[in-house]
Design a protein around this ligand. Structure first.
Ligand code: XMP
Length: 510
């Protein structure tokens, strides 16, 4: 069985980062809420306790039940985790006299200790805590200090239990990766064999076993997640995978035919469904963004349902859900109440479809999905595609949708995106697109007065779409693209560039 590290989450903003760092060392890990510890199986090599916005001194501080873990498995407490392990077993935790946020340097390091091998004195560490450990319980030994915090790291004698006040998962802790490696490889004895290639191998084997001769239907969108899902399933069950790719009339210019061709070239069994008219009909006259989204969602389900009904004896519905969609995180506002992010792909599937769900990517982060795609030989072109929203251009055309408006926006978008590619800027941008505004403005072309449409270009950098900043595209590039759009796209006489960050603006305009 795949070796595993368990990360218990106390609601820290950095918990997912811990998982990222563990996985970068080719070690598989899972995040679970501190109050929902999964069954401890033999493949579990160690446990990490995350930080938290809470204080151990609060009345309702989150308290895990570590009865079967502490002293029995290697255990590392980070920040709140460190404070909990001290406080709970008789130590003293007090409000810090000096609140430590940001950079600090280790003034004392016991580098003979296995946890700190290769971590030099003076090493920069990232602190983020309002409490400090004032006194350790008996049998606890300090192994690192900073100028302001005497107990920045400790271990418990005769136990595989370690703790640090700082955050090794944050890049600003310059030797954080070394420390985590010491814990995971030397102390937990993890073998670092979780790679993209091994993921493909074990997942394909598991899918074969799970699905047998069953038929599976999958909705392809042209995006990275659904494509990688399709290729993995195809490796496992071949022609029993039936893919459906719907043209909702809201895709980019030539996207439907181009992507369909690519899919067929990869040997996938794909049915392309031209449902443009159906979507345009359902959208006719709707201007409210939420009504538009709902109409598109409903039309998609109806079309998809019709198509899957044509596949005889289909049992499974495959989805490209990824790990951030399913991590159940402890809410920052506290208590055992947990927030579960909604599965963006699952939303709204009607019960009557009665299909079993298979989600082979639901343990992977986005960049891991890309690496898995690469390991299976998918092209950079496919894997490097910008995210594109399910409702497509409908949420970039402000107001009601008509085929004519879609055609204009497709042309504008094409000039912009092709321009980014031609100027080597596409890969530097996380997402880009154009918005068609519901206003007209006066212009002059030749000797003629024009009264035409305005488009806004948007290009953002982001990690996960939750926050974003506008990209400072070179002026020369913006000038050229603006010129090209106005000259090539009939009906547009003005181009503006969106310089709003998220928050407060969102990436899409609707
Ligand atoms: P916002 O506009 O909320 O977008 O800043 C954040 C990211 O989500 C995408 N997005 C969607 N994706 N269905 C999707 O599949 C939607 O309804 C939807 N709305 C926004 C958006 O393109 C960006 O990447």
């Amino acid at each position: 069985m795949q070796e595993k590290i368990l990360i218990l989450d106390f609601g820290s903003q950095y918990t997912q980062l811990i998982a990222r760092r563990v996985r970068e060392l080719n070690i598989y890990c899972e995040i679970h809420p501190y109050n929902k510890i999964p069954e401890l199986t033999d493949n579990l090599k160690g446990v990490i306790l995350s930080g938290s916005p809470h204080s151990v001194r609060e009345e309702n501080a989150p308290i895990p039940n570590l009865e079967n873990i502490k002293g029995k498995l290697p255990l590392l407490g980070v920040c709140y985790g460190a404070q909990h392990l001290a406080y709970k077993f008789g130590g003293e935790v007090l409000p810090s006299k000096i609140r430590e946020y940001g950079r600090a340097n280790l003034s004392f390091v016991d580098d003979s200790h296995p946890l700190l091998k290769g971590v030099p004195s003076g090493s920069q560490v990232w602190m983020s805590h309002g409490d400090t450990i004032a006194k350790l319980p008996e049998g606890y030994k300090v192994i690192a200090s900073t100028h302001d915090v005497e107990c920045a790291g400790y271990y418990i004698e005769n136990e595989d239990t370690y703790a640090i006040q700082f955050h090794p998962e944050v890049y600003h802790s310059t030797d954080g990766a070394t420390l985590l490696k010491n814990f995971l490889v030397d102390i937990c004895s993890c073998s670092q064999d979780w790679t993209s290639a091994s993921f493909v191998e074990t997942t394909v084997a598991a899918l074969k076993e799970k699905l047998g001769n069953d038929k599976v239907v999958l909705g392809l969108s042209g995006g990275v997640d659904s494509t990688v899902t399709a290729v993995l399933l195809h490796k496992a069950i071949g022609a029993n995978l039936h893919c459906v790719f719907v043209d909702n009339g809201l895709l980019r210019k030539d996207e439907f035919s181009g992507v369909l061709k690519q899919y067929e070239g990869m040997g996938l069994n794909v049915t392309g469904v031209d449902a443009k008219d159906r979507f345009y009909n359902d959208l006719a006259g709707l201007s409210d963004p939420e009504k538009k989204r709902k109409a598109i969602g409903k039309a998609f389900i109806d079309v998809f349902d019709e198509e899957s009904n044509k596949i005889e004896d289909v049992v499974w519905l495959a989805q490209g859900t990824i790990y951030p969609d399913v991590i159940e995180s402890v809410s920052a506002t506290g208590g055992p109440s947990a927030t579960i992010k909604s599965h963006h792909n699952v939303g709204g599937l009607p019960d009557y479809m009665k299909l079993k769900i298979v989600e082979p990517l639901n343990t992977l982060f986005k960049d891991e999905v890309r690496r898995v795609g690469k390991a299976m030989g998918l092209s950079h072109d496919l894997l490097g595609r910008h995210p594109f929203p399910g409702p497509g251009l409908a949420i970039r055309i402000l107001g009601d949708i008509t085929p004519e408006k879609v055609a204009i926006l497709q042309e504008v978008d094409h000039v912009f995106i092709q321009g980014l590619k031609d100027h080597g800027l596409y890969d530097d941008v996380w997402q880009a697109g154009a918005m068609l505004l519901p206003v007209q403005s006066v212009g002059v072309m030749g000797d003629e007065r024009t009264y035409e449409r305005v488009v806004a270009l948007r290009a953002v950098e982001s990690v996960d779409g939750m926050t974003a900043d506008w990209v400072h595209l070179p002026y020369e590039f913006l000038a050229k693209v603006s010129n090209d759009i106005i000259n090539k796209v009939k009906g547009v006489n003005r181009v503006v560039y969106d310089i709003s960050s998220k928050p407060p603006a969102t990436i899409e305009w609707e």
